[in-house]
Design a protein. Structure first.
Length: 582
């Protein structure tokens, strides 16, 4: 068997899908130009560009540890005069340390492909490179400066052909009334993956489970895409249908299933890197789930999480949150081999699972969102792989709080999953619900408190309740229990609001006496109106709790600072007593 030059990941330069302030996720330094006639990126004399970045650095340490490669190269197709320098980056405490190699100078009269081998001493690092264009003043009459053009680039390896695994990915997306989002994704993949000069595209087939029955199969069905109309059984039911289809697909015979939600924004490069990683995995990693990192749609350089996890108190947590991928330090920290938290799980917004880890007997329960992916990872004792560049963008978590999902569905399904699968047995979800119940009553959020009680009551019903196909109607009933948010400018302009302090704890703290009074009376719920402050407390609209802000206020304005809406909460002693009695 001969050797082939195998692509691990592309060098990305086109950032039209990113705002200008996120360009450091691709490269730093001078801005590339683009020659449309030649389809080439250009730099002018004296300019430089640095590629120790989220999308264009190569996580050499991870590729060597997790795959069968034994060499790594930077491959560039370019023309002109330029210099290239490879270098590795690693974190030393909180400092970025770089180790450089010798600069190589090129004078290419014609379009040429060159490969630079990554030396052995950089194998345990994240590897980047720097492009420098000589200054025109340094040229001589004997050697005129040739314009620099970069046509394409990639990180590659030379490998025996027989070591490349036969990987076929069944990409499964579940959609419900998000036609614009899912059709955009399908069109993008058709254009830049399936019908493009991209080898990974020939190893992926997309199956869209249409829970809303609003898309036309005749319009979308092709050699690469299959649209399946389906009753609305929630994302869990849709993914289960997709898993069944993958398990019985004797034509494409997938080796992996990639589960993806319909409202994510994803680049085709994520699939290119997922395919390359799967096709070269060592035997020790062949059962790992590959997880896409979630970024903020509103702040596209900010990573929201690489993995989710269930916290010790039963709340949902995010691992790898808050990294600014414009910075080299975050790029390096994100690839450090650190221990994962207990009860980690891969969210199904982008999760690739080996098909042997799936069977007809262990399909997801029809629990309608929340905990389907959590329970699946935990019950399968899954291990995970992440890689810089395998990612997607999604609405910011703090900007999309939904009480039905975060309180009712999360805790109801947590209790059901704990009972069915025997997972998270040491976590007391009832205690967590009790804590949140009294917290939300103290914040005058009677709706949230009611949803928490609904979660317990529905968990206590017969198993037939969970298995019956009534999730859609039940979810609509629970979703109807929500606060009506009004535009602040039109409804609450008379109330002073500092948006920068909504998620900042008050500098003032309660005295011990005040804290006892707050706890014993549920923030004045059992006191007469005369004992309360005739003020409106400005608080966060979700579950962010700050007793000092809320203390004994007659009314509370629950503010969503992201879209400038709010709901005025007023005390209702009768409702308080009814909920406590219930």
């Amino acid at each position: 068997m001969g050797q082939i030059r195998y692509k691990l990941q592309n060098i990305l330069l086109e950032y039209s899908r990113l705002p200008e302030e996120c360009r450091p996720m691709l490269y730093r330094g001078d801005t590339f130009g683009y020659d449309k006639l030649l389809s080439a990126h250009t730099l002018r004399p004296g300019q430089t560009a640095d590629f120790l970045t989220y999308f264009n650095a190569c996580s050499a340490a991870k590729w060597y540890r997790c795959t069968v490669i034994d060499n790594l190269s930077l491959t560039l197709t370019c023309q002109g005069d330029f210099r290239v320098q490879l270098f590795g980056g690693a974190m030393d405490g909180g400092t970025v340390e770089k180790e450089y190699t010798e600069t190589i100078e090129y004078h290419l009269c014609d379009k040429t492909t060159v490969s630079l081998s990554v030396p052995a001493h950089l194998r345990n690092m994240v590897v980047g490179f720097r492009l420098t264009i000589p200054d025109a003043d340094t040229t001589t009459e004997e050697k005129s400066l040739l314009p620099f053009r970069l046509y394409e680039g990639s990180w590659t390896t030379l490998i025996d052909n027989h070591l490349v695994r036969d990987v076929r990915i069944a990409l499964t997306a579940v959609t419900f009334h998000r036609e614009v989002s899912i059709t955009h994704t399908m069109s993008l993949l058709e254009r830049e993956l399936f019908y493009a000069d991209e080898p990974a595209g020939q190893h992926i087939r997309m199956r869209v489970i249409d829970n809303g029955n609003t898309l036309d199969p005749d319009e979308w069905n092709s050699d690469y895409i299959e649209l399946i109309p389906h009753e609305n059984t929630g994302s869990a039911g849709g993914f289960a249908r997709g898993m069944q289809a993958a398990l019985t697909d004797t034509h494409f015979c997938p080796t992996h299933i990639l589960l993806m939600e319909d409202d994510v924004q994803v680049w085709p490069e994520a699939f290119v890197r997922t395919y390359a990683l799967l096709s070269l995995l060592r035997h020790d990693y062949e059962k790992h789930f590959i997880c896409g990192a979630m970024f903020c749609a509103g702040r596209r350089n900010i990573q929201q999480e690489t993995l989710g996890f269930v916290q010790d108190n039963g709340a949902n947590g995010s691992y790898g949150a808050g990294y600014d991928m414009n910075t080299a330090a975050a790029v390096l920290q994100n690839e450090q081999d650190a221990p994962l938290p207990c009860h980690a799980y891969a969210g199904w917004r982008y999760c690739c699972i080996p098909l042997p880890q799936t069977d007809h007997e262990r399909l997801p329960l029809p629990l309608f969102m929340k905990w389907t992916d959590t329970a699946y990872s935990l019950s399968h004792k899954a291990e995970f792989l992440t890689l810089n560049g395998i990612c997607f963008w999604h609405k910011d978590r703090s900007a999309r709080f939904n009480a039905c999902r975060e309180l009712y569905l999360w805790y109801r399904n947590a209790l059901i999953s704990q009972a069915v699968y025997g997972i998270c047995e040491e976590i007391d979800f009832i205690r967590r619900i009790d804590t949140l119940f009294w917290q939300e009553l103290s914040r005058l959020s009677y709706i949230n408190a009611e949803l928490l009680l609904d979660a317990i009551e529905d968990f206590c019903r017969q198993p037939s309740f969970v298995l019956s196909p009534q999730g859609d109607a039940l979810l609509q009933d629970r979703t109807a229990k929500k606060e009506i948010m009004w535009p602040i400018d039109s409804m609450y302009r008379h109330i002073p609001i500092d948006y920068t302090t909504i998620y900042r704890k008050s500098p003032a703290t309660l005295t011990q006496k005040e804290q006892r009074r707050y706890d014993n009376t549920c923030n004045g719920q059992t006191l007469s109106p005369a004992a309360l402050k005739d003020t409106v407390a400005v608080i966060a609209y979700d579950t962010f709790d700050d007793p000092a802000k809320q203390y004994m206020a007659k009314e509370m304005l629950a503010v969503n600072p992201f879209n400038r809406t709010a709901c005025l909460r007023t005390r209702d002693n009768a409702r308080f007593k009814a909920l406590v009695t219930r």
